[in-house]
Design a protein around this ligand. Structure first.
Ligand code: ADP
Ligand code: MG
Length: 315
């Protein structure tokens, strides 16, 4: 049965996400209207996904993951997520696809207080574009570029599952039975570090997502500022699954290069270390101190015995 654009919007995109007081006009009207609270700036993340196989065969993952990654990027800016728009182009109005996609996305939106306020639904080669908006007080906004010499470097959560999922999917590594499903599920439906980002407001000197892994995430913003860092490789927090497949999956380079788009790296001035660690502990959030920002450019990777980690050389 062919659904009209109106029926698709009504059935899949009108309900489910949060209902916010600051939305004056949401889905259904020509243009959405939202109210920005006094003293706040709006942060906007735009992302597009094309019609690759994953997108077509796993609509729940596409819906959840694309919003989760956007939530993570705005968390790295210290934003409180607020409003979402979706531009969705599909070759066919496939009800089961739309149901799985929209319910995964709206459930995640609802959990983080995000309201879907509008979009566009059209027919054509598969494509998805999200605009996610977050609110932040101007003085509390984070960026990747604010690190100073002697700042302490932290990461949130645990690392390694991103790389394990890639290795498992490509057939390069067979994970133990107990890890296979959990690792693949966390890659399909990652949890964005929204609470972590909010906890870092007005406290971290810089923050960034680990979309390309810890080493890559730190290198660019530090070198832009003419700075470098020492990373104590053995302090990198490993997921339980990564610990169990540690040797077979490449040792510490697993933690250094695993793509973790829903984890953050951040820096904090040393005098604020206590405040930071207490805040995370009180909120039941995990963070690990992994190194220090230094004057000398480049990333130095050290093992606990002081020797250099010789996994992969880094600029
Ligand atoms: P218009 O004629 O103004 O382009 P549409 O008929 O495209 O409006 O859409 C009607 C309403 O539904 C608008 O408020 C629009 O923002 C919203 N909308 C359309 N597609 C989506 C979608 N996929 N998700 C959420 N809202 C949507
Ligand atoms: Mg339209």
């Amino acid at each position: 049965m062919a659904l009209s654009e109106f029926e698709i919007i009504d059935r899949f995109f009108t309900r489910g996400s949060a209902s916010r007081d600051d939305v004056v006009i949401g889905v259904g009207d020509d243009a959405a209207q939202v109210r920005v609270p006094e003293g706040h700036d709006v942060l906007v993340d735009v992302s597009t996904a094309g019609g690759d196989d994953t997108a077509d065969t796993d609509p729940a993952s596409l819906g959840h993951r694309s919003l989760a990654l956007a939530l993570a990027r705005l968390a790295a800016r210290g934003g409180r997520p607020a409003w979402l728009t979706i531009a969705l182009t599909r070759p066919l109005a496939d009800e089961r696809w739309l149901e799985a996609f929209s319910s995964a996305m709206t459930a995640l939106a609802d959990r983080h207080g995000v309201q879907l306020v509008g979009g566009d639904t059209t027919r054509g080669p598969a494509r998805l574009t999200l605009h996610l908006h977050a609110l932040a007080r101007a003085g509390e906004i984070l960026s990747p570029g604010g690190a100073r010499v002697d700042d302490l470097i932290y990461v949130t959560g645990a690392l390694g599952d991103g790389a394990l999922a890639v290795l498992e999917r490509s057939g390069e590594l067979a994970l133990p039975a107990r890890d296979r499903e959990p690792v693949l599920n966390r890659a399909r439906l990652p949890e964005p570090p929204v609470r972590e980002g909010l906890a870092l407001r007005a406290l971290a000197s810089s923050a960034m997502v680990l979309a390309g892994g810890v080493a890559a995430a730190l290198r660019a913003p530090l070198s832009d500022g003419g700075l470098g860092a020492t990373i104590q490789v053995q302090r990198l927090p490993l997921s339980d699954s990564a610990r169990r497949s540690f040797e077979r999956a490449g040792g510490w380079s697993l933690a250094l290069h695993s793509e973790e788009p829903c984890a953050l790296a951040f820096t904090v001035a040393p005098r604020r270390r206590g405040e930071l660690e207490q805040r995370f502990a009180e909120l039941g959030l995990r963070c690990s101190r992994i190194g220090t920002v230094e004057q000398r450019p480049g990333l130095r990777l050290l093992l606990d015995d002081g020797s250099e980690y010789s996994g992969r050389s880094l600029g």
